[in-house]
Design a protein around this ligand. Structure first.
Ligand SMILES: Nc1ncnc2c1ncn2[C@@H]1O[C@H](COP(=O)(O)OP(=O)(O)OP(=O)(O)O)[C@@H](O)[C@H]1O
Ligand SMILES: [Mg+2]
Length: 279
Protein backbone atom coordinates (compact mmCIF):
# COMPACT_ATOMS: atom_id res chain seq x y z
CA UNK A 1 0.00 0.00 0.00
CA UNK A 2 1.13 3.53 -0.63
CA UNK A 3 2.17 5.67 2.28
CA UNK A 4 0.04 8.68 3.12
CA UNK A 5 3.01 11.00 2.69
CA UNK A 6 2.83 10.34 -1.04
CA UNK A 7 -0.72 11.53 -1.46
CA UNK A 8 -0.08 14.53 0.78
CA UNK A 9 2.94 15.84 -1.09
CA UNK A 10 1.90 19.04 -2.89
CA UNK A 11 3.16 17.87 -6.29
CA UNK A 12 1.04 14.74 -6.21
CA UNK A 13 -2.29 16.25 -5.22
CA UNK A 14 -4.68 15.43 -8.01
CA UNK A 15 -5.92 18.51 -9.83
CA UNK A 16 -9.37 18.87 -11.28
CA UNK A 17 -8.05 18.47 -14.80
CA UNK A 18 -6.44 15.10 -15.54
CA UNK A 19 -2.92 15.16 -16.93
CA UNK A 20 -3.96 12.66 -19.59
CA UNK A 21 -7.45 12.22 -20.95
CA UNK A 22 -8.46 9.70 -23.59
CA UNK A 23 -11.97 9.94 -25.00
CA UNK A 24 -13.78 7.26 -26.99
CA UNK A 25 -10.81 6.12 -29.02
CA UNK A 26 -11.41 3.51 -31.70
CA UNK A 27 -8.90 1.71 -33.89
CA UNK A 28 -9.27 -1.26 -36.23
CA UNK A 29 -6.62 -3.27 -38.02
CA UNK A 30 -8.39 -4.76 -41.01
CA UNK A 31 -11.21 -6.73 -39.42
CA UNK A 32 -9.73 -6.64 -35.92
CA UNK A 33 -11.35 -4.05 -33.68
CA UNK A 34 -8.45 -3.38 -31.32
CA UNK A 35 -10.08 -0.36 -29.66
CA UNK A 36 -13.83 0.04 -29.52
CA UNK A 37 -14.28 3.36 -27.71
CA UNK A 38 -11.65 3.43 -25.00
CA UNK A 39 -11.80 6.26 -22.46
CA UNK A 40 -9.38 6.90 -19.64
CA UNK A 41 -8.34 9.74 -17.35
CA UNK A 42 -5.00 9.83 -15.57
CA UNK A 43 -4.95 12.35 -12.71
CA UNK A 44 -1.74 14.29 -12.19
CA UNK A 45 0.63 12.86 -9.60
CA UNK A 46 -0.94 9.41 -9.52
CA UNK A 47 0.24 5.92 -10.34
CA UNK A 48 -2.43 4.45 -12.60
CA UNK A 49 -2.57 0.84 -13.70
CA UNK A 50 -4.03 -0.44 -16.94
CA UNK A 51 -4.81 -4.14 -16.95
CA UNK A 52 -6.79 -6.55 -19.09
CA UNK A 53 -6.36 -9.86 -20.87
CA UNK A 54 -3.99 -10.37 -23.80
CA UNK A 55 -5.29 -8.65 -26.90
CA UNK A 56 -7.69 -6.33 -25.04
CA UNK A 57 -6.04 -3.24 -26.56
CA UNK A 58 -3.63 -1.93 -23.92
CA UNK A 59 -0.59 -1.55 -26.14
CA UNK A 60 -2.67 -0.16 -28.99
CA UNK A 61 -4.00 2.49 -26.60
CA UNK A 62 -0.42 3.30 -25.52
CA UNK A 63 0.60 3.56 -29.18
CA UNK A 64 -2.20 6.00 -29.91
CA UNK A 65 -1.54 8.16 -26.87
CA UNK A 66 2.17 8.39 -27.72
CA UNK A 67 1.67 8.98 -31.45
CA UNK A 68 2.94 5.62 -32.74
CA UNK A 69 -0.50 4.72 -34.12
CA UNK A 70 -3.37 6.85 -35.35
CA UNK A 71 -6.84 6.63 -33.86
CA UNK A 72 -9.74 6.05 -36.26
CA UNK A 73 -11.87 8.24 -33.99
CA UNK A 74 -11.73 9.78 -30.53
CA UNK A 75 -9.33 12.18 -28.90
CA UNK A 76 -6.37 12.40 -26.60
CA UNK A 77 -5.67 15.42 -24.39
CA UNK A 78 -2.54 16.10 -22.48
CA UNK A 79 -2.67 18.74 -19.80
CA UNK A 80 -5.86 20.03 -21.42
CA UNK A 81 -4.27 20.31 -24.87
CA UNK A 82 -5.43 18.28 -27.82
CA UNK A 83 -2.61 15.97 -28.94
CA UNK A 84 -4.58 13.51 -31.06
CA UNK A 85 -2.55 12.43 -34.08
CA UNK A 86 0.65 14.27 -33.19
CA UNK A 87 3.94 12.56 -34.06
CA UNK A 88 5.78 10.60 -31.34
CA UNK A 89 8.56 13.22 -31.07
CA UNK A 90 6.01 15.94 -30.44
CA UNK A 91 4.28 13.97 -27.70
CA UNK A 92 7.68 13.10 -26.23
CA UNK A 93 8.67 16.77 -26.25
CA UNK A 94 5.46 17.54 -24.35
CA UNK A 95 6.68 15.44 -21.45
CA UNK A 96 5.48 11.93 -22.12
CA UNK A 97 8.09 9.19 -21.79
CA UNK A 98 7.23 5.61 -22.60
CA UNK A 99 8.81 2.20 -22.50
CA UNK A 100 7.95 -0.66 -24.81
CA UNK A 101 6.58 -4.12 -24.13
CA UNK A 102 9.58 -5.44 -26.08
CA UNK A 103 12.54 -3.27 -25.11
CA UNK A 104 14.05 -1.08 -27.79
CA UNK A 105 17.63 -0.74 -26.72
CA UNK A 106 20.69 -0.83 -28.95
CA UNK A 107 22.12 -4.25 -28.08
CA UNK A 108 25.51 -3.64 -29.70
CA UNK A 109 26.16 -0.37 -27.94
CA UNK A 110 27.27 -0.03 -24.37
CA UNK A 111 24.75 0.69 -21.65
CA UNK A 112 26.23 4.19 -21.27
CA UNK A 113 26.07 4.87 -25.02
CA UNK A 114 22.41 3.88 -25.00
CA UNK A 115 21.89 6.54 -22.35
CA UNK A 116 23.86 9.13 -24.29
CA UNK A 117 21.65 8.49 -27.31
CA UNK A 118 18.74 9.46 -25.10
CA UNK A 119 20.45 12.69 -24.08
CA UNK A 120 21.00 13.44 -27.76
CA UNK A 121 17.53 12.44 -28.84
CA UNK A 122 16.75 15.82 -30.32
CA UNK A 123 19.54 15.53 -32.84
CA UNK A 124 20.31 12.56 -35.03
CA UNK A 125 21.86 9.97 -32.77
CA UNK A 126 24.49 8.82 -35.27
CA UNK A 127 25.69 12.40 -35.62
CA UNK A 128 26.17 12.68 -31.89
CA UNK A 129 27.95 9.32 -31.83
CA UNK A 130 30.26 10.48 -34.62
CA UNK A 131 31.28 13.61 -32.82
CA UNK A 132 31.95 11.52 -29.74
CA UNK A 133 28.73 11.74 -27.79
CA UNK A 134 28.56 13.02 -24.34
CA UNK A 135 29.83 16.15 -22.71
CA UNK A 136 31.06 15.64 -19.17
CA UNK A 137 27.68 16.82 -17.86
CA UNK A 138 25.76 14.46 -20.14
CA UNK A 139 27.87 11.52 -19.04
CA UNK A 140 27.45 12.52 -15.39
CA UNK A 141 23.67 12.79 -15.78
CA UNK A 142 23.55 9.45 -17.60
CA UNK A 143 25.61 7.82 -14.86
CA UNK A 144 23.39 9.35 -12.18
CA UNK A 145 20.33 7.75 -13.79
CA UNK A 146 22.15 4.44 -14.22
CA UNK A 147 22.99 4.55 -10.52
CA UNK A 148 19.33 5.29 -9.80
CA UNK A 149 18.22 2.09 -11.57
CA UNK A 150 21.15 0.06 -10.23
CA UNK A 151 23.00 -0.31 -13.52
CA UNK A 152 26.01 1.96 -13.00
CA UNK A 153 28.26 -1.08 -12.61
CA UNK A 154 27.25 -2.18 -16.11
CA UNK A 155 27.80 1.17 -17.84
CA UNK A 156 30.60 -0.13 -20.08
CA UNK A 157 28.96 -3.50 -20.80
CA UNK A 158 27.15 -4.07 -24.06
CA UNK A 159 23.44 -3.52 -23.59
CA UNK A 160 22.86 -6.88 -25.29
CA UNK A 161 24.63 -8.60 -22.40
CA UNK A 162 22.13 -7.34 -19.84
CA UNK A 163 19.51 -9.67 -18.43
CA UNK A 164 15.93 -9.14 -19.52
CA UNK A 165 15.07 -7.34 -16.29
CA UNK A 166 18.14 -5.14 -16.50
CA UNK A 167 17.15 -4.11 -20.03
CA UNK A 168 13.80 -3.01 -18.67
CA UNK A 169 15.58 -0.93 -16.04
CA UNK A 170 17.81 0.55 -18.74
CA UNK A 171 14.72 1.55 -20.70
CA UNK A 172 13.36 3.25 -17.61
CA UNK A 173 16.65 5.14 -17.16
CA UNK A 174 16.55 6.00 -20.87
CA UNK A 175 13.15 7.66 -20.71
CA UNK A 176 14.09 9.48 -17.51
CA UNK A 177 16.81 11.38 -19.35
CA UNK A 178 14.17 13.67 -20.83
CA UNK A 179 12.65 14.21 -17.36
CA UNK A 180 9.08 13.46 -18.54
CA UNK A 181 6.09 14.45 -16.46
CA UNK A 182 4.11 11.36 -17.45
CA UNK A 183 5.75 7.95 -17.65
CA UNK A 184 3.93 5.25 -19.56
CA UNK A 185 5.37 1.79 -18.94
CA UNK A 186 4.20 -1.17 -21.02
CA UNK A 187 4.67 -4.34 -18.95
CA UNK A 188 7.73 -3.15 -16.99
CA UNK A 189 7.76 -6.35 -14.92
CA UNK A 190 7.01 -8.85 -17.70
CA UNK A 191 9.66 -11.59 -17.57
CA UNK A 192 11.59 -9.77 -14.85
CA UNK A 193 12.82 -11.65 -11.77
CA UNK A 194 11.23 -10.82 -8.39
CA UNK A 195 14.30 -9.00 -7.01
CA UNK A 196 14.40 -6.62 -9.95
CA UNK A 197 10.61 -6.19 -9.80
CA UNK A 198 11.02 -5.01 -6.21
CA UNK A 199 13.74 -2.61 -7.30
CA UNK A 200 11.56 -1.33 -10.13
CA UNK A 201 8.60 -0.77 -7.78
CA UNK A 202 10.82 1.20 -5.40
CA UNK A 203 12.07 3.42 -8.23
CA UNK A 204 8.53 4.06 -9.44
CA UNK A 205 7.41 5.05 -5.92
CA UNK A 206 10.38 7.34 -5.53
CA UNK A 207 9.75 9.05 -8.87
CA UNK A 208 6.10 9.43 -7.98
CA UNK A 209 7.07 11.10 -4.71
CA UNK A 210 9.09 13.53 -6.80
CA UNK A 211 5.87 14.37 -8.63
CA UNK A 212 5.89 12.13 -11.68
CA UNK A 213 2.66 10.61 -12.95
CA UNK A 214 2.54 7.01 -14.15
CA UNK A 215 0.35 4.92 -16.41
CA UNK A 216 1.45 1.32 -16.19
CA UNK A 217 0.29 -1.66 -18.23
CA UNK A 218 1.09 -4.78 -16.28
CA UNK A 219 -0.07 -8.38 -15.91
CA UNK A 220 1.55 -8.84 -12.50
CA UNK A 221 -1.46 -8.24 -10.25
CA UNK A 222 0.53 -8.17 -7.04
CA UNK A 223 2.61 -5.30 -8.40
CA UNK A 224 -0.39 -3.44 -9.82
CA UNK A 225 -2.45 -3.75 -6.66
CA UNK A 226 0.38 -2.69 -4.35
CA UNK A 227 1.68 0.17 -6.48
CA UNK A 228 -1.31 1.84 -8.11
CA UNK A 229 -3.71 4.48 -6.78
CA UNK A 230 -6.16 3.74 -9.55
CA UNK A 231 -6.61 0.73 -11.81
CA UNK A 232 -8.45 0.60 -15.13
CA UNK A 233 -9.48 -2.66 -16.74
CA UNK A 234 -9.72 -3.16 -20.48
CA UNK A 235 -11.86 -5.75 -22.19
CA UNK A 236 -12.37 -6.09 -25.93
CA UNK A 237 -10.97 -2.66 -26.74
CA UNK A 238 -12.54 -0.48 -24.10
CA UNK A 239 -12.07 0.40 -20.46
CA UNK A 240 -14.82 -1.37 -18.50
CA UNK A 241 -13.91 -0.49 -14.90
CA UNK A 242 -11.79 2.19 -13.22
CA UNK A 243 -11.30 2.55 -9.48
CA UNK A 244 -9.06 2.04 -6.48
CA UNK A 245 -7.25 -1.34 -6.56
CA UNK A 246 -9.29 -2.93 -3.79
CA UNK A 247 -12.59 -2.02 -5.51
CA UNK A 248 -11.37 -3.19 -8.89
CA UNK A 249 -10.17 -6.46 -7.44
CA UNK A 250 -13.66 -7.16 -6.09
CA UNK A 251 -15.56 -6.01 -9.19
CA UNK A 252 -17.30 -8.92 -10.94
CA UNK A 253 -16.79 -7.25 -14.33
CA UNK A 254 -13.04 -7.71 -13.92
CA UNK A 255 -13.31 -11.45 -13.44
CA UNK A 256 -15.68 -11.53 -16.38
CA UNK A 257 -13.17 -9.65 -18.53
CA UNK A 258 -10.55 -12.29 -17.83
CA UNK A 259 -12.69 -15.40 -17.64
CA UNK A 260 -14.95 -14.36 -20.50
CA UNK A 261 -12.22 -15.49 -22.84
CA UNK A 262 -13.13 -19.08 -23.61
CA UNK A 263 -9.95 -21.07 -24.14
CA UNK A 264 -7.40 -18.41 -23.28
CA UNK A 265 -4.82 -19.13 -20.63
CA UNK A 266 -4.25 -15.62 -19.47
CA UNK A 267 -5.80 -15.73 -16.05
CA UNK A 268 -4.97 -13.09 -13.50
CA UNK A 269 -1.36 -13.55 -12.50
CA UNK A 270 -1.10 -13.29 -8.75
CA UNK A 271 2.66 -12.94 -8.67
CA UNK A 272 5.81 -13.51 -10.62
CA UNK A 273 6.69 -12.78 -14.19
CA UNK A 274 3.40 -11.92 -15.89
CA UNK A 275 2.19 -13.12 -19.25
CA UNK A 276 4.08 -11.08 -21.71
CA UNK A 277 2.69 -11.66 -25.14
CA UNK A 278 2.49 -9.55 -28.26
CA UNK A 279 4.64 -6.69 -29.33
N1 LIG B 1 -0.43 -3.55 -36.04
C1 LIG B 1 -1.42 -4.41 -35.87
N2 LIG B 1 -1.93 -5.10 -36.93
C2 LIG B 1 -2.94 -5.99 -36.74
N3 LIG B 1 -3.53 -6.25 -35.58
C3 LIG B 1 -3.07 -5.62 -34.50
C4 LIG B 1 -1.98 -4.66 -34.58
N4 LIG B 1 -1.75 -4.17 -33.34
C5 LIG B 1 -2.62 -4.78 -32.53
N5 LIG B 1 -3.41 -5.66 -33.21
C6 LIG B 1 -4.49 -6.47 -32.66
O1 LIG B 1 -5.27 -5.64 -31.83
C7 LIG B 1 -5.69 -6.33 -30.65
C8 LIG B 1 -5.18 -5.59 -29.43
O2 LIG B 1 -3.77 -5.76 -29.34
P1 LIG B 1 -2.86 -5.08 -28.22
O3 LIG B 1 -1.47 -5.39 -28.54
O4 LIG B 1 -3.24 -3.67 -28.11
O5 LIG B 1 -3.33 -5.87 -26.92
P2 LIG B 1 -2.71 -5.87 -25.46
O6 LIG B 1 -3.84 -5.62 -24.54
O7 LIG B 1 -1.54 -5.00 -25.39
O8 LIG B 1 -2.26 -7.41 -25.32
P3 LIG B 1 -1.03 -8.05 -24.50
O9 LIG B 1 -1.47 -8.11 -23.07
O10 LIG B 1 -0.91 -9.42 -25.09
O11 LIG B 1 0.18 -7.22 -24.74
C9 LIG B 1 -5.16 -7.76 -30.80
O12 LIG B 1 -6.19 -8.53 -31.37
C10 LIG B 1 -3.99 -7.59 -31.74
O13 LIG B 1 -3.76 -8.78 -32.45
MG1 LIG C 1 0.47 -5.28 -25.01
Amino acid sequence: MRSTTVSQSPSSVAQAEPLLEVQSVTRSFGGVRALTGASLAVPRGRICGLIGPNGSGKTTLFNIITGYERADAGRVRLDGKEVTGLAPERIFAMGVGRTFQITRIFARLSVLDNMLIATQRRERWWRSMLRGAGSAEEVERAMELLRFVGLAGHARALAGELSYGQRKLLELAYVLVADPELLMLDEPAGGVNPTLIGQLAERIRELNEQGKTFLIVEHNMELVMSLCDQVSVMSFGSVVVTGPPEEVRADPRVLEAYLGLDDEEDDLVESGGGTSGGR
